[in-house]
Design a protein around this ligand. Structure first.
Ligand code: NCD
Length: 304
């Protein structure tokens, strides 16, 4: 594997097992004992959209495994994109300074465009409402760590399933196993047909629901997401759906004691801060897992 553009490249369970084993290894090690597979390598982070976890965990991961980082913060504003440079030209320049490029861009398919012209590995850190493959890897890693196995789990994916790229990527990994999926969203934000067809073809059982009352007590995993305000055409449309699914006190009561609550973060108000100390809330550990998973992925890309 050279680039990491889509979860379609991670459809081999033995590859996933290998990556997760490697992430577990990093998780168990004392940072002073981390191997340095990226020694003398430079990785560039090129983010045209806001990011906290993805960019900083990649940058931390690169440094932990011996590499160096060059970065342009807010690339849309501060890179030559502001002067009209195309993604392709920008990539052609950065590839002569860096050994890999981590890119986040609002355009669906942007990472693929970058990969077409790049001689160094491109890692997709989110292409608009398209995909977010490294988030999906860390999400699956987190589910497996917490629950042992995905087979047989009842997993609820909640919130903005239309624009949420983390869900688009995660379901394409979950389809390799045998969970039952529940898509919980207002009708306007339901998972698009394209992804539903993928799941049908893979024989994954799923249900589309507009209310979670009946299913909450049965869920093993609940994957909350933020309504993706920046992808809406009008603020009025956003306002109409923004509070559709909130894990308030009454929803928390219905949720089983053994369930885990995940969220790629950032959250707006879909999970109240008062829930953070609940043992079912694992979203901060999930974010931490992103660091280990990204170290494992970098090692795999550079060392195989
Ligand atoms: C997500 C993203 O950027 O898609 N955040 C992340 O990378 N952890 C989710 C979001 O922005 O809602």
């Amino acid at each position: 594997m050279k680039h990491a553009i889509s979860v379609k490249q991670f459809q081999d369970k033995s590859l996933l097992d290998k990556l997760f084993k490697s992430a577990s290894k990093y998780q168990a090690l004392n940072p002073k004992d981390y191997p340095k597979p990226l020694a003398n390598k430079v990785v560039s982070t090129l983010f045209y959209e806001p990011s906290t976890r993805t960019r900083l965990s990649f940058e931390s991961a690169v440094q932990h495994v011996g590499g160096n980082i060059i970065s342009t913060e807010s690339a849309g504003q501060f890179s030559s994109a502001a002067k009209g440079e195309t993604i392709e030209d920008t990539i052609r320049i950065i590839e002569s300074y860096a050994d890999a490029i981590v890119i986040r861009h609002p355009l669906v398919g942007s990472a693929e465009l970058a990969a077409k012209v790049s001689s160094v590995p491109i890692i997709n850190a989110g292409d608009g409402a398209g995909e977010h493959p490294t988030q999906a890897l860390l999400d699956l890693y987190t589910i497996q760590k917490s629950k042992g196995s995905v087979d047989g789990l009842k997993i609820g994916l909640v919130g903005d399933l239309l624009y949420g790229r983390t869900v688009h990527s995660l379901i394409q990994l979950l389809k390799l196993y045998k969970p039952t999926l529940y898509f919980l969203a207002p009708t306007e934000l339901q998972l698009s047909k394209k992804y539903q067809i993928l799941l049908e073809e893979a024989g994954v059982k799923f249900e589309i629901l507009t209310s979670w009352d009946s299913i909450l007590p049965e869920l093993d995993v609940i994957y909350m997401t933020r309504i993706q305000k920046e992808r809406f055409k009008s603020i009025k449309d956003y306002e109409a759906v923004k509070n559709s699914f909130v894990l308030n006190k009454s929803a928390q009561k219905k949720l089983s004691n053994n369930a885990i609550v995940m969220h790629p973060l950032p959250r707006v108000n879909e999970i109240p801060g008062t829930f953070d100390d609940d043992p079912r809330a694992i979203y901060f550990q999930q974010a931490r897992n992103g660091l280990y998973l990204r170290m494992a992925l970098l090692e795999y890309i550079f060392k195989g």
